[in-house]
Every structure is written in structure tokens, then in C-alpha cells.
Unconditional design. Sequence first.
Length: 184
Amino acid sequence: MDKSGQLRMTVYSSLMAALTAAGAYIAIPIGPVPVVLQNMFVLLTGILLGRRWGLASIAVYLLAGACGLPVFAGGLGGIGRFVGPTGGYLIGYLPAVFVVGLISDHTRANVVWDIAAMACGVVVIYAFGVSWLKVLMDLTWFNAVVVGMNPVFLIADALKVIGAAAIAGAIRPVIHRYGVVEIS
């Protein structure tokens, strides 16, 4: 990739990190873990930017939050968010965006593969989030799943995946039109 392509991908990565932060402000508080829109932007980042640039984007987002910028749910920031109830979900964003990007990088760009990739990403986020809740709150696995994967979360995440797939279908051609063909 030439320098202009790298610059363009850096801009896209920055934009996706900013959108992920904006998505954190759209939160519905239910229990210790709110329903947030930032998950959708994490998944969309993997689909649109691939594993390498997607990982860079979400790492910048998490680093900004760790440094204290108010980019996490509820307009909060700081390293303490990583040891609270949402910490597992936040950490899970890194492997999730990598998995989504990996699948996206190696499959044809269509809605079926996009949804499959993002469903895998959601599973990764839940695996990290529920595991962290189990440890942090000293819960049984059953109770951790009940708290961390209640039906409201599952329905919301299904809607986010469908929305992200529609957005990806509309945005991906624009990204490719401007000369960024190799996104991984």
C-alpha cells in the first residue's frame, strides 16, 4: 500500500475510533453492564478496515479511554473501567475486531459473510465479558451468563449486527472507490 493509502486508512481508523467513542454515549443502563452502541462500531470497524487496521483503531479507542478520556459508556474514562464490570467486554473488543477483520479479509464482501463475521465477534465479546463478570463478582457460570448475556443484550446485539451489515454494504464501495483495495 502506498503512502496515500496508508494515510487514508489512518484517517478511516481514527474515524472508526471516534465513532466507537460516540457509540458509548448511546447507552441504556440495565444492571452493571449497559446496552451500548459502541459494540456495533467495533464490529463495523472489523468489517470495513480488516484485522490490522481494525485492531489499530480499537486499540487507539481503548488507549484513549485508559488515559482518562471520557470515551466509555456513561461518558466515563480511566484505567479503572478495565477492572470494573464492563472491563471484560472492553478487553474483548480487541480479539473481536481481529476475528471479524480476519473473516472479512478472507471472504467475499457480502451480507451473509458480514453477519457471520460479526456474530463471531459478538461471541468473542461475550466470552470475555461474561468470564470477567464471573471472576469479578464471584458468580457461578450460570449467574454470570444471566447477568452478562440477558435477552435484552442478545436482542440488541442482533439488531446491531443487522444494522452494521447494512451500513457496511453501503460504505464498503465508497472506501474501495477511493483507491483502498487492500485493507489488511
